[in-house]
Ligand binder design. Structure first.
Ligand SMILES: [Zn+2]
Length: 68
């Protein structure tokens, strides 16, 4: 549920590093682009939104253990 701070020219990674969008992001505004921060975290850039891609969510949906 991490909200990634972003604006028209870039975003701030969870590691705290500011990433300026490369030129191709503006050129492909309506295309989903994967982007990796220097810390190896991966994001999807799409129409000015930034979504972190995580494998964790896939693991969560796998867990159905409750009522122990
Ligand atoms: Zn980072």
């Amino acid at each position: 549920m991490a909200n990634i701070e972003h604006d028209d020219t870039g975003f701030t990674c969870e590691c705290g590093l500011r990433n300026e969008y490369p030129g191709y992001v503006q050129a492909h505004w309506s295309v989903r682009l994967s982007y990796s921060c220097a810390c190896q975290r991966q994001y999807i850039l799409y129409r000015g939104t930034v979504v972190k891609t995580s494998r964790e969510s896939a693991e969560i949906s796998d867990s159905e253990a409750f009522g122990d």
